[in-house]
Ligand binder design. Structure first.
Ligand code: RP5
Length: 176
């Protein structure tokens, strides 16, 4: 079996795996930010439960294919990031999806309650943006991706300026 992500173009440091195509709307917050900051990613779908072999193969091959960090989105009994983390030593970030039932608490607990020895860094429910930012902070530690640090600093300045603009508009408008 050929690894499903083997065709991924080198120099794409982020691998994003969705448990289902139904997770795509949430993943867009993550991919939009990676694009905005100019960092390449490869996006695929693989389920820990429905395609366990595909998931294991992707996780095992990710490092040798040049990826430096993996982001996994999953809802419900969200085993995906944990299973990936079990097959790689790359950092794995899990994004719990709120989905239809339990408002994502099921996915959040599935991801955050990994057994000791197999770490998954978990961001908030549906928070693909923070997954992207955390992945970028990890990448910025690599000498090769050091340029990401200045992009992150610019991003933080823009974010702060946006809050200041809103505060000014609120104060000048006389409040509520
Ligand atoms: C999880 O089950 C997926 O990550 C998705 O969030 C959820 C529901 O999947 P679908 O039934 O919509 O394919 O594995």
């Amino acid at each position: 079996m050929i690894c499903p992500v083997e065709g991924a173009v080198p120099r794409k440091p982020v691998l994003i795996v969705l448990g289902s195509d139904s997770d795509l709307p949430v993943a867009k917050g993550c991919t939009a930010l990676l694009r905005e900051l100019g960092v390449g990613y490869h996006l695929t779908i693989s389920s820990a439960h429905r395609t366990p072999e595909r998931t294991a193969m992707i996780a095992r091959e990710a490092s040798s294919l040049g990826f430096s960090v993996i982001i996994a989105f999953a809802g419900a009994a969200a085993a995906l990031p944990g299973v990936i983390a079990a097959h790689t030593s790359l950092p794995v970030i899990g994004v719990p999806i709120s989905g239809r039932a339990l408002s994502g608490l099921d996915a959040l607990l599935s991801m955050v309650q990994m057994p000791g020895g197999v770490p998954v860094g978990v961001v908030g429910v549906d928070n693909g943006k923070n997954a992207a930012l955390l992945a970028l902070r990890i990448l910025a530690l690599h000498p090769e991706y050091g340029w990401i640090s200045s992009r992150l600093e610019e991003y933080a300045k823009e974010q702060a300026a946006a809050v200041e603009d809103k505060a000014r508009a609120l104060e000048e408008g006389g409040g509520v």
